[in-house]
Write a protein that binds this ligand. Structure first.
Ligand code: MRU
Length: 364
């Protein structure tokens, strides 16, 4: 069974505290929106899809026991609280897209004269809870589409390791697995699917400084799943791609602009540059809820800057010289020109085809 980052039943929400992993597995109770905002901002829960789901469910547990005087007050509560949750972390677009969808739903329910305030609340709770199931289904589809794309490309290029039966070695960055989503994972879902097909020869994961999502979380998931896996430091990627016949890089995304430029965990951009140099295909795996068609390119993405302490300390232990200045952007933007394909639940797209393809899909 894969790890569960979010435990939810109507009226009750708990998240696995990712600040404590891998040392301790402890669930934190989220009682409402204020708790939801805090666990997202402090990164007790993180990863673009998980942020959106926990944010929305924190509103669900808050309004579940409340009696609203009328539909207008419920609609106002929903809009105000969702917009507040969007402010917890700025780079990932998933929370914003989920908030916009749920606000649109609340407006429709408000206008629907056939339902009363209690029915409106239940319809809203149903829609919020549906996100959990949808995310897992989307991730499974991403996994299948991504594994197929990688295996096809590798077969065409004749790049499987010598003596193997078409199995591949892949590299991933940050954590995109069960912990970053409702379950299964995006880029790690592709790895999972390769393993399910018996085609995963080896997966390499980066440490992902400074927060160490790779060493603490991805490595934890890979060990848990008993996948053949090796941890490397971020500074080893060039050497790894030169030495280990890696067939593909697959990473997640926090926000994909309409031209395919992709914001993801800091360090992703330099991996893409190195992959290009070594002629290794570089894939981004992300659900449609990570694609922001409202912005034309990566320059429009706000990059979150996090506290110096994440760089200067490992746990309680200071590793940097006292007094040194720090720059700690949590994400970078990989230009579309370095991306081979964007793997979604609805297919794999070249960055140049993304906008038209997604617009068509959303219209249908
Ligand atoms: C499926 S998670 C995709 C991305 O959100 C992930 O790669 C990432 O950058 C996470 O950053 P984090 O700062 O840990 O929230």
């Amino acid at each position: 069974m894969s790890l569960q980052s979010i435990k939810y039943s109507r009226g009750s929400l708990e998240i696995l505290d990712q600040l404590l992993l891998p040392g301790q597995s402890k669930y934190v109770v989220v009682r409402g929106v204020e708790d939801g905002w805090k666990v997202i901002n402090k990164m007790q829960v993180r990863g673009a899809p998980a942020i959106a789901i926990v944010g929305c469910l924190s509103l669900a547990v808050e309004i579940n026991p409340e009696d609203f005087e009328n539909k207008k007050s419920l609609r106002q509560e929903i809009e105000g609280k969702l917009n507040y949750l969007v402010s917890a972390r700025p780079t990932a677009v998933n929370m914003k897209i989920a908030a916009d969808e749920l606000i649109t739903l609340a407006n429709e329910l408000y206008k629907d004269e056939a339902i009363d305030v209690t029915q409106m609340k239940h319809r809203f709770l149903d829609a919020t809870e549906a996100m959990l199931k949808k995310d897992i289904a989307d991730n499974r589809a991403i996994g299948a589409n991504g594994a197929q794309a990688i295996l096809q490309r590798v077969a065409k290029a004749g790049k499987t390791p010598a003596g193997s039966t078409g199995s591949v070695r892949v590299l991933t960055h940050c954590n995109t697995g069960s912990l970053a989503t409702a379950g299964y994972g995006t880029a790690l879902g592709v790895v999972r699917q390769l393993a399910e097909l018996g085609k995963l020869e080896h997966v390499y994961c980066t440490e992902t400084r400074p927060y160490n999502q790779g060493a603490r979380l991805t490595a934890y998931e890979l060990v848990h799943e008993k996948f053949p896996a090796t941890l490397v430091l971020d500074s080893m990627v060039a050497a790894l791609l030169r030495a280990k016949n890696v067939a593909a890089v697959v990473v997640g995304a926090d926000r994909v602009a309409s031209n395919g430029d992709t914001a993801n965990k800091i360090g992703t951009y330099q991996i893409a540059v190195v992959a290009k140099h070594h002629d290794v295909p570089f894939y981004v795996a992300a659900p449609l809820t990570s694609i922001d068609l409202a912005i034309p390119g990566g320059d429009h993405i706000i990059i979150e800057e996090r506290p110096d302490r994440e760089m200067t300390h490992v746990g309680e232990h200071r590793i940097a010289a006292p007094g040194i200045n720090c720059w700690n952007p949590a994400f970078d933007v990989t230009p579309a020109s370095l991306i081979t394909g964007i793997i979604t639940e609805r297919g794999v797209f070249k960055p140049a085809e993304l906008k038209e393809a997604i617009t068509k899909l959303l219209e249908s």
